[in-house]
Ligand binder design. Sequence first.
Ligand SMILES: Nc1ncnc2c1ncn2[C@@H]1O[C@H](COP(=O)(O)OP(=O)(O)OP(=O)(O)O)[C@@H](O)[C@H]1O
Length: 318
Amino acid sequence: MVSESVISARDVRMSFPDGAGGHVHAVAGVDLEVARGEVLALLGPNGAGKTTLLDILLGLTTPRSGDVSVGGLSPRAAVQSGMLSALLQTGGLLPDLTAAETVRMIATLHADPAGVDEVIDTAGVRPFASRPVGKCSGGQQQRLRFALALLPRPEIVVLDEPTAGMDVAARHEFWGRMRAQADEGVTVVFATHYLEEAEQFARRTVLMDRGRVLADGPTDEVRARAGAAYVTVSWTPTAAELAQVPHVLRADREGARTTFRTEDSDGLARYLLTATGARGLTVRPASLEEAFRLLTEDSPTPGDTEHPVTADSEEVTA
Ligand SMILES: Nc1ncnc2c1ncn2[C@@H]1O[C@H](COP(=O)(O)OP(=O)(O)OP(=O)(O)O)[C@@H](O)[C@H]1O
């Protein structure tokens, strides 16, 4: 694992007028270091600030404050040098040009472009290369944008919801191609609403909400921090019994079964099976989607992912 940082953002802030005399803090003090060759998912609900942050990394938006460098350059210089390339969700494609003509035309704008045929093949554009862009499907247009993003032979590719509008098969194929790029050492930073994409493709996930980073780490650890697992047993503890149970973040009862959210399913299971009358124990890991929801809904302060069970947060009714 090489740890050289290719993207460095320090205390980056950006706000916009909210139309009512106030401001929306779209990015509210974000620190981010991305190492060379890393694949990083930026996850967050609508309005979390993902697009604004990506636009700042790409030099399309100048932050109100903070420092950003990409490969030691300003974002704009990094884009101009071809080191950093973007695949944005929207982006002008000329409908009357064919896909291949589009690639050829954009190639002429780069000083030292990759081969046109090479990127057409790498991005999977070949099957519709002679089709006018206006007649290409959304998924095909996204592949074309991917081909264009590869033209400058980038070291870093930034993608804003790259598979929006693609069906499952197209999404799968897209990520296969992107993974091949990552395997060759390209750093990939992508924003997505598809939590399973982060889970399947990104080793590291940054969760954002209201302009702040809620969690940043290996995708499986981010999930673990939000409550690694759900342990369900046939047992209906009294409030006094429940208070004795260790490693519990939350407990919910449904009929004769009680489900515990826990960060230590082994420790909890051991206690339940040896110190209580619980039986029929099952363990289910939390999905990233659940982790995400728990972090965004439960975290009182950004970065604080501890949710000790208190009388107030206890969900079980005696
Ligand atoms: N140009 C702008 N003018 C005013 N407000 C803006 C502007 N751009 C973004 N915002 C606001 O900043 C916040 C963050 O928006 P941003 O698009 O970065 O979020 P996002 O995480 O990308 O959301 P989505 O997933 O919906 O694309 C939102 O409240 C949005 O309305």
